[in-house]
Design a protein around this ligand. Structure first.
Ligand SMILES: CC(C)(COP(=O)(O)OP(=O)(O)OC[C@H]1O[C@@H](n2cnc3c(N)ncnc32)[C@H](O)[C@@H]1OP(=O)(O)O)[C@@H](O)C(=O)NCCC(=O)NCCS
Length: 329
């Protein structure tokens, strides 16, 4: 019988440098009070000019492998979820494979923006449950500071850099990843964009022409989408295995905005105190936010063995993704 994939190792890495809301007050027309009341964010970590996504991803990966007791050369698959790859090619996953010495691993990147980690978890778990691979490293890693317009107060207060990694292995029945759910709606992708090769006129006109390859967002549209989709994706992934919201011990959502989390909790009629947040310290780190939050939720014993947890992501694409995990490590 096929086994579930379970998370057997966790690791994180965030850059040392902290940028506070007070620092931002000196850079754009904003205030600590505005940022805190509208988002909940108090500070974020920012990589220095010589640090890139693969550096943060590699350190998080090594920490996760140590936690799992697996040597780099034993790793069979590496997936890096990111929208800030070091290069178009090689993929960040291949760079990480080389940096950590995972010489026997297949490696590729996955772009589903802030939903990327749970997308990656879903893809990797298929390889484990089918028996194709015996283990997998799933990493969410970003250097969003490098695609941020530091003159745009609408976006520059929101994002941060970081990486989180997990190791997956087959686990006993009833434990690990019990269900996953993925979705996308490209027709509303225009609400959150970062241009690459194509610099279309409608994208150019929203940006500083000197620095056009930066994040642009229609904040209120993304906000409304996020509140609805957290609730919908949570219920959908539970329904797949005939569970409901009352069965859930904790939710670890993508960390974007405390008001989004509050709105989703109300919609789900779910106790806010059972939703883990740490965006106050890190801002929105896109694909890295869920694994960093999961790491801290486990270390602080917010999540304990035998808890039923839901991971839920949403973001650029627009995309969404969720997973039900019976925690045991
Ligand atoms: C971005 C966001 C915090 C803005 O909050 P909001 O309550 O929707 O605020 P609004 O967009 O209505 O803007 C209100 C005013 O604040 C201003 N403002 C925007 N950023 C500001 C800042 N950093 N400091 C001070 N004022 C700011 C706006 O210019 C606007 O001013 P105006 O009314 O004079 O035009 C919110 O929309 C949001 O969190 N959206 C989702 C973002 C997200 O999480 N995206 C990632 C998903 S993966």
């Amino acid at each position: 019988m096929n086994k579930n994939a379970g998370i057997v190792g966790l690791g994180v890495c965030v850059p040392e440098k902290i940028l506070t809301n007070f620092d931002l007050e000196k850079m754009v027309d904003t205030s600590d009070e505005w940022i805190k009341t509208r988002t909940g964010i108090e500070q974020r970590h920012i990589a220095d000019e010589n640090t890139f996504t693969s550096d943060l991803a590699s350190k998080a990966a090594i920490n996760a492998l140590e936690d799992a007791g697996i040597k780099p050369e034993e790793v069979e698959l590496i997936i890096v979820a990111t929208i800030t790859p070091d290069m178009f090619s090689p993929s960040t996953a291949c760079i990480v494979q080389h940096k950590i010495g995972a010489v026997n691993a297949a490696a590729f990147d996955l772009n589903a923006a802030c939903s990327g980690f749970t997308y990656g978890l879903t893809v990797a778990s298929q390889f484990i449950t089918s028996g194709y691979y015996k283990n997998a490293l799933v990493i969410g890693a970003e250097c969003l500071s490098k695609i941020t317009d530091w003159k745009d107060r609408n976006t520059c207060v929101l994002f941060g850099d970081g990486a989180g990694a997990v190791v997956l292995k087959p686990v006993d029945e009833g434990r690990g990843i019990l269900s996953t759910h993925l979705g996308a709606d490209g027709s509303i992708g225009k609400h959150l964009t970062v241009p690459s090769l194509a610099l279309e006129p409608q994208e150019l006109e929203k940006r500083d022409p000197e620095n056009p390859r930066t994040i642009w967002m229609n904040g209120s549209e993304v906000f409304k989408f996020a509140v609805k989709i957290i609730a919908d994706a949570t219920l959908a992934v539970l329904e797949k295995i005939n569970l409901n919201i009352h069965d859930v011990d904790a939710i670890v959502p993508h960390q974007a905005n405390l008001r989004i989390v509050d709105g989703a909790a109300k919609r789900l009629k779910f106790d806010n105190n059972k939703i883990f947040t740490n965006l106050q310290k890190y801002g929105n780190t896109s694909a890295a936010s869920i694994p960093i939050a999961l790491y801290e939720a486990v270390k602080s014993r917010f999540i304990k063995n035998d808890d039923l947890i839901v991971l839920v992501g949403f973001g650029g694409g627009l995309t969404w993704s969720s997973a039900v995990v019976k925690w045991y490590k």
